[in-house]
Design a protein around this ligand. Structure first.
Ligand code: ADP
Length: 391
């Protein structure tokens, strides 16, 4: 009996011991699994955080996050570039890190309303920029949340807007002038001048001249717009310059004769350019046309060309007229710029001829420049690619 009891007790103790060992093993395994899970989760959230940072740093917009006390919590690479921040601004109060008038007011407005608020700012340093800033304060019950600010650099957009506004204003002005002249002369004719044959003829000639001016203006505007929008695809092929220059002379011979201007060429025979013949002819035509309009009566207008030894040819249109002041040398290629407004209007100029030349040359990968001194004449030089010689 006693022996049986001892055996039972020993059996129980052994069973318990084995169970305890098993339990400990299972516990250790469970703990190891938990550790693995935690490590995996930690790695996952670190990866996610890295992904978020990479995403924010790849944005062109600047991003700034403020904590509930209004201190900088996070910035992305674009924002640090925009403000040329050398030190990490984390932990600094907003106004200390970013001195932009009105930014605190924008943050306050976003916090108060809980809605998206935006404002425009002019940044003076490190360089002049126009910024559009969105601020939002996503609300969570019972706590003052973070504020997220997104900075859009709208400088280029504003510049384009200004260019567009100036262009529309210029075009309207250019259209209005001939239209009001045509209207004025028509009314005078209808009011009785029609009965005077001499006056009628004179007025009708003026109307005709201004109608032509309108038509040239619209042609040039359409050409410029097609060139700018890429609608006029270039048909580049080996194009011989000499016959092209002679075609321009043929088209303008009568006009040159009216001012007793001699048209000349100095172009090596067989000089071939890699160009769209029609577009190039239009550019050379505009330059020779200007040289006749603004050049010296009884003077000379010459088309010259020579290879420059670096795969390009320099094509120049030269006159011996009054020339262009150095200060206006770059501006003449801008739309509607005129050195002498009255003279240009009198000659029927649209103010777009040189802008078209510049566009055509640039679309060939070339450059246009002006060498001119007052009273020594003008030399417009186009650098254009030579055609590649085939054996
Ligand atoms: P426009 O239709 O007025 O001639 P352009 O764009 O062709 O317009 O030329 C711009 C301005 O440049 C002209 O108004 C004129 O003042 C000046 N200009 C162009 N070519 C010459 C030239 N060969 N000699 C003197 N001035 C010129």
């Amino acid at each position: 009996m006693e022996t049986a009891l001892i055996t039972l007790t020993l059996g129980l103790a052994l069973g318990l011991g084995l169970w305890a060992v098993q339990l400990r093993r299972e516990l250790a395994e469970a703990r190891a699994q938990l550790d693995r899970c935690c490590a995996e989760q930690e790695e996952q959230s670190e990866n996610q955080l890295e992904q978020h940072h990479a995403l924010l740093d790849s944005m062109t917009e600047g991003v700034l996050v403020l904590n509930r006390d209004g201190h900088v919590e996070m910035t992305n690479a674009s924002l640090r570039r925009l403000f040329s921040l050398e030190e990490d601004p984390r932990g600094r109060p907003l106004m200390e890190a970013f001195t932009l008038d009105g930014l605190s007011a924008l943050v306050a407005a976003a916090r108060e309303s809980g809605e998206l608020r935006n404002a425009e700012f002019g940044l003076a340093e490190p360089e002049s920029r126009q910024l559009h800033v969105n601020a939002i304060c996503p609300r969570r019950a019972g706590e003052t949340p973070q504020t997220i600010l997104v900075f859009h650099d709208v400088t280029r957009l504003k510049e384009l807007e200004n260019t567009r506004r100036d262009f529309v204003a210029n075009v309207s002005h250019e259209l209005r002038t001939p239209i009001s002249l045509i209207k004025g002369f028509t009314e005078t004719l209808l009011d009785g001048a029609l009965d005077d044959p001499k006056k009628s003829r004179e007025f009708l000639q003026t109307i005709d001249k201004h109608a032509d001016r309108l038509s040239y203006l619209i042609d040039d505007l359409l050409t410029l717009s097609r060139l700018e929008s890429g609608q006029l695809a270039l048909n580049r092929q080996p194009t011989e310059l000499q016959p092209l220059a002679l075609r321009v002379h043929d088209d303008l011979r009568a006009k040159a004769a009216k001012r007793s201007i001699r048209l000349e060429t100095d172009i090596p025979e067989g000089l071939m350019l890699d160009a769209d013949g029609d577009r190039l002819q239009q550019a050379v035509f505009n330059l020779v046309d200007n040289a006749i309009k603004y050049g010296q009566p009884e003077g000379h207008v010459r088309i010259e060309a020579q290879p420059n030894g670096r795969g390009m040819a320099e094509v120049a249109v030269v006159d011996d007229g009054p020339g262009i002041p150095t200060t206006a040398a770059d501006k003449v290629f801008e739309r509607f710029f005129r050195v002498d407004k009255a003279r240009s209007r009198e000659t029927g100029g649209t103010g777009l001829g040189l802008a078209i030349v510049k566009h055509i040359v640039q679309s060939h990968g070339g450059r246009v420049r002006l060498e001119s001194e007052p009273s020594t004449g003008s030399r417009f030089i186009l650098s254009l690619p030579l055609a590649v010689k085939t054996a």
